[in-house]
Design a protein around this ligand. Structure first.
Ligand code: HEC
Length: 119
């Protein structure tokens, strides 16, 4: 019974992981959705796309990063269209996270704690 429940759970997990998986470009790691090629062309000249894919933020946060790079790092001025495409892509696919830590595992799924619990 317990095994059946576990298999069901694992299957559900796989199905949900599969349905939310998005295709990523093998060269840059960028999610291949509308606008990704503009981001690749505009944003990977000075640093790896990993700097982008490992960050997140609202549209305003991404805009502030672009302004900072334009003010201090030599990023070119972008046309309103290009900037809009980039900001929409980034906010949609690398948007603000609700929480940066995963929820704690239930105690029953963790190994026994060999240490005394300190209060
Ligand atoms: C002209 C060069 C240049 C271009 C083009 C460029 N960047 Fe940057 N970017 C930098 C530099 C320099 C840094 C600082 C690198 C470091 O901290 O190691 C940086 C840092 C970043 C960071 C990290 C910011 C942080 O808070 O740590 C992000 C995210 C980023 N860039 C995204 C982008 C995006 C999105 C684009 C395209 C719109 C872009 N970059 C294009 C030069 C550039």
């Amino acid at each position: 019974m317990k095994n059946k429940l576990l298999s069901c759970f694992a299957l559900l997990l796989l199905v949900s992981l599969h349905s939310t998986a998005q295709e990523t470009d093998s060269g840059t790691g960028l999610i291949m959705a509308e606008g990704w090629e503009t981001v690749r062309a505009t944003c990977t000249e000075c640093h790896s796309a990993q700097l982008i894919t490992s960050n997140s933020g609202s549209r305003a946060v991404w805009k502030s990063r672009i302004l900072w790079m334009q003010d201090t790092q030599g990023l070119q001025q972008l046309t309103p269209d290009t900037e809009n495409t980039i900001l929409t892509y980034l906010a949609d696919h690398y948007g603000q996270k609700e929480a940066t830590r995963r929820a704690a595992l239930p105690t029953i799924l963790m190994p026994e704690n060999p240490y005394p619990i300190l209060n």
